[in-house]
Ligand binder design. Sequence first.
Ligand code: PMP
Length: 400
Amino acid sequence: MTRHADHYLRVARRVEDLSGSSIFRINTKAQALASKGRDILRLDAGEPDFNTPAPIINAARKALDEGYTRYTPIDGLPELKNAIRYKLKRDNNLYYDEDEVMHTCGAKQALFNAFMTLLNPSDEIVIPTPNWGTYPSIATIAWARIIYAPTFQKDGFILQPEVLEECLSQRTRVVVLNTPTNPTGQVYSREALSALGNVLLKYPDVFVLSDDIYEHLIFTGEPYANILNVCPSLKNRTVLINGVSKAYAMTGWRVGFAAGPAPLIAEMKKFQGQSTSHTAAVSQKAAEAAFNGNLDDVHAMVQAFAERAALVSEGLAKIDAIDCLPARGSFYCLPNFQRVIDSLDDVGDDQQLGDWLLDELGIAMVPGSAFNAPGHMRLSFAADKETLAKAVERLQKAFG
Ligand code: PMP
């Protein structure tokens, strides 16, 4: 007989140290309220609300008919690796050899492979805040020491070179860069990246981890740039992380990739080989079609996100108590709700505000403390315009 209630489960410390996701908590509560018939406006989504483009789905169907149902090489089918290299040349003007790229089970596993390969216990990793919660979680699993590098709204949530410099030491092993940024919706300019690159050049033992997953989702009209576009001499100690989840609305297919120096990729391959091995062959064929295909569907989606970003920022600008930097990329913005929190008797922080907004206004947003941004809420515009307009209206009514 299995007894659960009084079962003493001694979990390993690496798991014990992981904090539960408040994104998940808000998702679950929003779903529960909606299933009871409440009109809940879901602005908590971390994935595009579009379907995977038809040519990609057709490529996957064809692949199944052709028998892509078996194990593949750990670094990926050769044709997928070639598609990744083609994409890196076409979109990023970067050349990588075959042994410098590997596919992964989503960008998340590329990060996992890289962190676990680069970080020994007590090595330091610099993570700019506000940050996606998975970076510190994986660093925690690796028993690394996390050094948070704060960014501020007055600087457009862009990491300043002097702040980076203060965070670096002889113990630093990895610096994370993420542009466009989850959760701020901001985009690093070439100048901003170049200033950071100049600092990093002084620390030859530091690896740069560039998370480019929101690369295509930019509304400024400026072309995308990552650290290697402005500082090519960092190439032998930079690993690019990217994938199909966000640009091609393919979150469920689980395909990402890493591009970096061959010796690092070889070690990451060993790590992946002893964990997931690889993502499904059919997903790899779908990702191959995505990378080799044109960007028409991506551009249509970006146009829709840009219009929604404008709707949200114009709406929030009319509410004095909410201070929001308009999104320039990704599908998030990070309004500051501190004055709203201060004005509500029964709300003391952004976590409580998350519950209050759900209970009182029927709006689901993720509390900023999940991203090291207390006092803020992450608003996702992976929701249709009608939903966003309604949410803005409810916020205006409550706090305008
Ligand atoms: N990086 C960032 C900044 C993200 O927000 C996400 C997804 N939320 C990922 C990586 C992981 O994407 P994937 O679905 O490819 O694992």
